[in-house]
Design a protein around this ligand. Sequence first.
Ligand code: ATP
Length: 480
Amino acid sequence: MVSALQRAKDLEHRYLHELKRREAVEEIFARQKEEIQETKRELDEIHGRHTTNIKSTIKVYEEKLAESRCFIQELQAKYDKLLHERDTALAESEELHQKNKHGARMTVTTQTSDFSLFELQQATQDYDTALKIGTGSFGSVYKGFLRNTTVAVKLLHPQSLQGQLEFHQEIVFLSRMRHPNLMTLIGSCPDAFGLVYEFLPNGSLEDQLSRKKNMPPLTWQMRTRIIGEICSALTFIHSHKPHPVVHGDLNPAKILLDINFVSNLQVSQLPKKYSTRNNTSGTSSYIDPEYLSTGELTPHSDVYSFDIIILRLLTGKSPENITTIVEDAMEKRHLHLIMDTSAGSWPFVQANQLAHLGLRCANLSGRHRPDLTGEVWGLIEPLLKAASHNYGCRRTFVARSDDTYTPPYFICPILQEVMTDPHIAADGYTYEADAIREWLDGGNARSPMTNLRLEHRELTPNRVLRSAILEGRQQQQHRR
Ligand SMILES: Nc1ncnc2c1ncn2[C@@H]1O[C@H](COP(=O)(O)OP(=O)(O)OP(=O)(O)O)[C@@H](O)[C@H]1O
């Protein structure tokens, strides 16, 4: 019984103990539940906050995206417009190109003749070597007889050209170069890359100066005229519109002489083939040193080459160091010692002026070389007149036979004729009144004798000389 009671007590005790434990566990559980709910609330709150943030960020980005879409659409529209404009421009350019090509062909056909391959073969007797005049860098030149005209046929090496287009461009260029002192293109033969020129029977100025085939020397009057002609041709090409044409390879081999020894400058727009080394003809001496250092070809470069030609015509010397030789002679007043006497007796005034002109054109800086149209032509024009007065006559400072002796001071330095109305100018020299007036009216401010600036334009009659000339004339008439 006791033990049963005891067991019941134990059980009750255990029950109470278990109950307490359960209550404790339930309390813990309730606390944890509360904590969980608290955490859940906090999480819900955080979640709610984040969601709002994310939503507003998304909204911002959506707005930005919408803006970008608009921008992209605008860009696309602009791009489409540009594409359209480009296509239209390309189509127009192609159309223009076609028109130009057609135009160029028209120019060629309207300004020069087209010759067939057969005609060229016939004209040159099938390119007979006996008719070959010479060979240059771009091809060979033959003498020919075409449509009852003596012509020079230049056959260009196809490999020296970039095809038909370059050949056509050269013809268009040459057909525009019309001037009495430029070599005339008569026509062309595209099938043979042939250019047909007027035939120039007196060879080149180089042939003349080097006295090839024992040709008689050119007189000083002819040389003065050639200088004038080259100046005129250069002025013409330099004033070509829309862009000036620069010869770029001016030398006496490029100046051909017709039956009357009138000069014809050969021009081309094909690339120049200079050789400054191993150049036996000395053409490198004509190349502008400024061009050699800068690589820039300008009309001033032609003025430099023109200068070397002037000095060469004056002295007949080789082009190498010619400026130094002339400069030196001018300084020592020995110009007469280096003049080419085979040209006849150069009148001192002309020679002196040409030498001065040549040296100024040879200035190493292109900018300081004189201008062809104004200054150079202003000097050359009166020289031409003086040379034409003397053309064919042999009147010089030198005395002739005794009975026709004329004192040199009776002769006008400009006209090279005995004066009738001698006048003294500001330089102290006496000239024929009309000649020195014409000189001054032509815009010349320098002395024809000294090339120094004239202090004034006043002329004083030289009465003593005038009566001496009259007396001399009367004495000559008595003697006859
Ligand atoms: N129209 C012409 N009449 C007479 N001879 C000519 C004519 N054209 C050129 N010649 C001569 O034919 C030869 C060859 O001339 P071409 O023009 O082919 O070359 P180049 O001027 O001598 O040299 P490059 O072209 O190499 O500078 C030269 O002796 C030249 O004087």
